[in-house]
Design a protein around this ligand. Structure first.
Ligand code: HEM
Ligand code: HEM
Length: 396
């Protein structure tokens, strides 16, 4: 029998219940293992697999959950087996509604978090990684992550109570409650006439609160956002000085074969440049703690890569020379994580009146700086780090 009746769960409802239950329990386990695994070079490969599987299962659960809810609303809900036990029935039904909420909120919050951030483990379904209407945004990813984490706590409690209740019925009361979900047998009375509005509202209110919390709780100020601006280096040059108005310093690395974009929010550049001769000097000072790199920011700042705790600044000092028209290069030394490495930054410089616009790119090899030594090949983190700068500066 495919359909539910007042005393029995049909095959479709049972299929949805058990397929979603198994996948959810498995995903909780994966989430917990992932959460409690240290992020090191040794675990990076397996953590990526773990999260890819977690996300893929989660997205599958979401699809099943939507079908399940559509099915459930088209079906009679079997009557409670003990409607006379008011409190117990209320609790059991409230938890059912919490679980219905969980199977939607849990995967959807995870999915939004994934779609809003770049990098790390991909979903394995061939339907792309993004979601319509979800922008790439740290704020959105933070909010969705907060809902995901809070929802996890709600689901632990709900599942624990739900399973404990099911076991109580099966082991102590032997009243057919578990059997009607397991085997589709009948239990309870068809004319209990029970209306379950309040437990439904209570269960759904809990979800409304979970989803609302990140919106009302203040987003913690990122420590690096609050850091003092990097002080500009002093140049000894007599050439005209240019003051940076605005600009960006971004990096891009290949992670698990996909590009992850990041940026430094806090940096300064001291520039002296003579338009006539096309020569000059530049010193760029970068606060490495201001790095954000998609989902892998913490790993990138950690001891294996930028090691920002021990090396909070990086500096490039170079001599500028014109190559041809707008094409220039700055040849100098980059000091990063205590290593000094020669670097050439090729850039275009366009001057209009008192304003100069520069756009430049260079590709560094992380191994030159001893970064990610544990990641010996490129399967997890590529060797090449593409650095892009663009800025506008005003002649002083
Ligand atoms: C069946 C649905 C899901 C369940 C039950 C679930 C459960 C969990 C749990 C228990 C955790 C660890 C606890 C915590 O972060 O506080 C976690 C973490 C995580 N989940 Fe899920 N999840 C589900 C779906 C998804 C989906 C669909 C995605 C992405 C497409 C996803 C992405 C993540 C990520 C990235 C983390 C790590 C968060 C971090 O470390 O900040 N999850 N999940
Ligand atoms: C070993 C684990 C589980 C057991 C033994 C179990 C057992 C049961 C039983 C016996 C019922 C029927 C209750 C009744 O007839 O009044 C039920 C209903 C339900 N279960 Fe589970 N369950 C388990 C895991 C889960 C999980 C992980 C979820 C979702 C996250 C879930 C969601 C639900 C929902 C939403 C209902 C209500 C279905 C409806 O009446 O429409 N269950 N479960």
């Amino acid at each position: 029998m495919l359909n539910n009746t007042a005393t029995r769960y049909g095959a479709v409802a049972r299929f949805f219940h058990w397929s979603v239950a198994v996948l959810i329990l498995f995903n909780i386990a994966l989430g917990l293992v992932g959460e409690n695994t240290a992020r090191t070079a040794d675990t990076a490969g397996w953590l990526q697999t773990l999260y890819s599987v977690h996300k893929t299962i989660g997205v599958t659960v979401f699809a099943l959950a939507v079908l399940r809810v559509v099915w459930a609303v088209s079906q009679p809900k079997p009557e409670p087996v003990h409607p006379e036990r008011k409190a117990e029935t209320f609790l059991a039904e409230m938890i059912h509604w919490m679980l219905y909420g969980a199977i939607l909120v849990m995967p959807l919050s995870g999915w939004v978090m994934h779609a809003a951030e770049s990098g790390f483990a991909p979903i394995l379904w061939p339907f792309g990684q993004g979601l319509p209407f979800v922008p790439k945004s740290e704020g959105v990813a933070y909010m969705a992550g907060a809902v995901h984490g809070l929802a996890a706590r709600v689901i632990y409690v709900a599942v624990a109570l739900h399973v404990a209740g099911a076991l109580k019925h099966a082991v102590i009361e032997k009243d057919g409650v578990l059997a009607r979900m397991l085997k589709g047998v009948e239990a309870g009375s068809p004319d209990a006439g029970h209306v379950a509005l309040w437990p439904a509202l209570a269960g759904l209110m809990i979800w409304a609160a979970v989803v609302a919390v990140p919106f009302v709780a203040p987003v913690p100020e990122r420590a690096e956002g609050a850091a003092a601006p990097v002080e500009q280096a002093q140049l000894a040059s007599d050439l005209p000085v240019w003051r940076v108005e605005d600009g960006s310093l971004t990096i891009s690395v290949q992670q698990m074969g996909a590009a992850v974009e990041g940026r430094f929010d806090n940096w300064s550049a001291a520039i002296a440049y003579d338009e006539e001769s096309g020569t000059g000097e530049v010193t760029v000072t970068i606060d490495t703690t201001s790095l954000t790199l998609g989902a892998v920011t913490d790993q990138a700042k950690g001891p294996e890569f930028f090691d920002t705790e021990n090396f909070s600044t990086a500096q490039f000092e170079g001599e500028i020379s014109r190559v041809d028209d707008a094409a220039h290069e700055a040849v100098g030394m980059l000091t990063l994580v205590g290593q000094e490495v020669p670097v050439t930054l090729a850039f275009d410089l366009e001057i209009e009146g008192e304003a100069a616009r520069m756009t430049g790119t260079t590709v560094l090899d992380r191994r030159d700086f001893g970064m990610g030594a544990g990641y010996e090949d490129e399967s997890t983190v590529g060797f090449a780090v593409k650095v892009e700068t663009n800025l506008t500066a005003i002649r002083q």
